[in-house]
Design a protein around this ligand. Structure first.
Ligand code: ADP
Ligand code: ASP
Ligand code: MG
Length: 473
């Protein structure tokens, strides 16, 4: 339904890419280059400065405890942090810049003080507080671009992303958002402006501020990019691209140069934080390539994600993992084989709005993993009404992704072999057979990841795959 047919990209910059003045200058350079050489755009989406969303969440905790003095000083810290960027606005606009930051921070201060009176924060109010991070960062980046001679135009994300009313994890309404993108974003592009939009934030049809869930700026960029029909969605971050494993667990993971949409979705869903799990949906729907790039090393190739399969030569593509997973085992000797049991079971998860990640079944039991423990206690009680229930916390999940998993049965046995004495809980292979998921104790996660990664991505395995690629080129 997109009506814009120009060739242009949308560039999204994460919190670490705008962490401080030096980082912000790099971002300005990247945008400036695209603006110079592309026919149109780019459209810019930016996250809150790194850690700011966490700090806003911490404010809300202080509100709940009525710690008003600390609250004031934390708002003041946030104001100072953002004012550190005033140099970037240029002499001429310095005063206006400082005034803007002061005013926004005063609004934030007023809001949290109001909440402090009743010491209660609804999810609706929480979203209002969280939105300040992106509102501030997008203002700063707009000023920085203008000062560098790029005709940037700040766009209020709340006027663009129309979402449902599920606060703290809202879903965009594509039809309404598309109309708003035409009026708020495309219009500015036609006038040769570079639109700058805060990620993560939206609002309901009624105009109430919402957020898309942690890490949601990627999703904002994909949604807006899809509405504009851009030629590429670029996710600029602090690593070289999608890596073969989480760099916080594995010492030197390798860059994955190409991924299919399906593989990328799977990795994102099962813990590869570099992409918000919903990012791929709008890209798939409009067949728009997604590229992950490092803002600290602009000239790297990054990871290109398209509808095409990734590297078909490597045994596996990448390994994702998630900590802090809860396993629930539901046992019922009488009822499991009876029809209607699974319906009844999952109705409970639906009632308590708890998403299930992995499911395995045996003759008398069903095991599921969940991420979200907010409603765990009532959920377990409801399940206990018709089955025996046990629950294990501090579990982890490993998801191995690769197209060869479906064609080469040897890969699976290699995985199990290399894991050795690591005690595996649930094992699940999707019908697509593009991935295998293991559940294990969190204490074993690092060992299991290291053993698998060493086996599949050691220098030797890697150079072999590279040679094959070179030969085929
Ligand atoms: P941004 O602020 O740019 O949105 P994020 O912190 O959300 O950045 O995502 C980037 C981080 O994701 C990396 O710094 C890295 O620690 C983490 N990460 C986890 N798994 C992977 C993976 N497989 N590949 C790349 N990064 C990963
Ligand atoms: N600032 C938000 C967060 O930290 C959104 C994002 O960075 O993508 O979750
Ligand atoms: Mg992110």
């Amino acid at each position: 339904s997109s009506t814009v047919i120009w060739t242009m990209v949308i560039t999204k910059f994460g919190g670490t890419s705008v962490a401080d003045l030096a980082a912000m200058k790099r971002v300005v350079g990247i945008v400036q280059k695209r603006w110079k050489y592309d026919d149109n755009g780019p459209v810019v989406v930016v996250s809150a400065l790194s850690k700011v969303t966490d700090q806003l969440l911490a404010l809300v905790d202080l509100v709940k405890h009525g710690e008003m003095d600390t609250l004031n000083s934390r708002v003041e810290d946030l104001r100072q942090r953002h004012l550190e960027f005033s140099e970037i606005s240029g002499e001429e606009f310095r005063e206006e810049f400082v005034r803007g930051i002061n005013q926004t921070c005063a609004e934030l201060g007023d809001l949290v003080k109001e909440l402090g009176v009743i010491r209660e924060v609804s999810s609706r109010s929480l979203d209002a507080v969280l939105s300040f991070g992106e509102l501030l960062s997008s203002r700063i980046l707009t000023a920085a671009l203008s000062n560098a001679g790029v005709p940037a135009a700040w766009v209020d994300a709340r006027m663009v992303l129309v979402t449902d009313g599920v606060h703290t994890s809202a879903t965009p309404d594509m039809a309404s958002t598309s109309a708003r993108v035409q009026s708020e974003v495309a219009k500015r592009l036609q006038k040769k402006f570079v639109p700058v939009i805060g990620g993560f934030v939206g609002s309901t049809h009624e105009g109430i501020t919402t957020t898309l869930g942690r890490g949601g700026s990627d999703y904002s960029a994909a949604v807006i990019g899809a509405c504009l029909g851009v030629s590429e969605i670029q996710i600029w971050t602090d690593v070289d691209g999608m890596l073969t494993a989480d760099p916080r667990i594995i010492d030197s993971p390798k860059l994955v140069p190409r991924l299919s949409f399906a593989e990328a979705s799977e990795l994102a869903y099962f813990g590869a934080k570099v992409l918000h799990p919903s990012t791929i949906q709008p890209a798939v729907a409009c067949d728009i390539p997604v590229r992950i790039l490092n803002s600290y090393r602009q000239n790297g190739p990054g990871t290109l994600i398209t509808s095409q399969p990734g590297d078909v030569n490597s045994s596996i593509t990448a390994i994702a993992c998630k900590r802090d997973v809860t396993v629930i085992e539901i046992t019922s000797t009488r009822m499991l084989m009876a029809h209607g049991f699974l319906r009844r079971l999952f109705e409970v998860f639906d009632r308590f709005q708890t998403a299930v990640d992995v499911v395995t079944t045996s003759e008398v039991s069903v095991s599921v993993t969940v991420d979200d423990r907010q409603r765990l206690t009532p959920l377990l009680e409801a399940l206990s009404e018709f089955a025996e229930v046990s629950c294990e916390q501090n579990m982890a999940l490993i998801c191995v992704v690769g197209s060869r998993l479906s064609t080469d049965p040897g890969v699976f046995s290699q995985i199990v072999g290399v894991l050795g004495d690591v005690n595996l809980g649930m094992v699940s292979q999707a019908a697509s057979r593009r991935n295998i998921t293991f559940v294990l104790s969190e204490a074993d996660l690092s060992t299991a990841m290291t053993r698998m990664h060493d086996h599949f991505f050691s220098e030797k395995a890697f150079s072999t795959a590279q040679n094959e690629e070179n030969l085929s080129n």
